[in-house]
Design a protein around this ligand. Sequence first.
Ligand code: A2P
Length: 340
Amino acid sequence: MSRSPSIGIVGATGAVGVEVIHCLEQRHFALSSLRLFASPRSAGKTLSYAGRPLTIEALDDKSLAGIDIAIFSAGGATSRTYAPPAAKAGTIVIDNSSAFRMDPQVPLVVPEINPEAMFRHHGIIANPNCVTIIAAVPLWPLHQVNPIQRIVMTSYQSASGAGAAAMAELEASTRAYLAGEAYTPKVLPHPYAFNLFSHNAKVDPVSLYNEEETKVMQEMRKIFALPQLRVAATCVRVPVLRAHSIALNVEFERPMTAVQARALLAATPGVKVVDDAARNYFPMPIDASGQDDVLAGRIRSDLSDPSGRSLALFVCGDQLLKGAALNAVQIAEALMARRG
Ligand code: A2P
């Protein structure tokens, strides 16, 4: 690989793909060339990078030849078809889908947590699920000083996690609701405006957890390298456009005060403490949207555990940035930094 890599974005027209382009641009990623891929529907259209138009190409099995790093955000089926041959041919794939996350050969990486794992790749590096990343970033520094024993978490997930079409559905159904018009959902299974519902992923008939919850639980164990970590998740879709919120109840090995946790989080890169009890001002998705940092607040003792070993907190992170595009670009940056 040359010092400045050639980069490909697969799914460049999607909600995450567009943010990958912005992240590369804003972070002045040193690349030698950028190519954009999407479905044949988008071929020939253009998107702008660094002030110039780039033509979108339809992805096929020759598209990625000669590309050093390909960032995939086009869903699991596209990743399963195109990522393994690309990796075999020498492209490093950073994959935003869930297709390879639990493959033992594939590192699952949050650069603030397990950066070393990415260098053990065999051509594919997986970007974790957005809820996993947004929860893991603020929990990791706490775990470093006082090992986590158990996590109970509930997510409040925005439309962006279901892609650009779901964001459009939230806007269109809200407009219809306010106009008193009927709206038939096309992307999500339930009415979205002024409503919320259990995450739309399939529910396992035995465990009764949906696939999103299962991903979050499994991925948290893999990233933290804690295969026995006790974690339970409830994932809920809420009518918010692009940032996810998560309520976390965390039990540690030893007592941990809110003051200690707040100080640790205040010193953590990638986390911003928003915890103003006097003003009742805490993390909100509207504030997290467009921000790289995960916002953490409502840090307090979990009174259901009188031992003092449990804390409750509330975090928000931009699903499209740290939850997806930014994390992928940070992985690419770390790969290039290691090459010196
Ligand atoms: P397109 O816009 O041409 O449909 P989102 O997650 O926002 O729904 O975006 C999905 C992204 O994946 C889009 O860029 C979409 O392109 C792309 N995509 C969907 N199917 C394919 C495919 N078969 N090959 C390449 N890209 C695809």
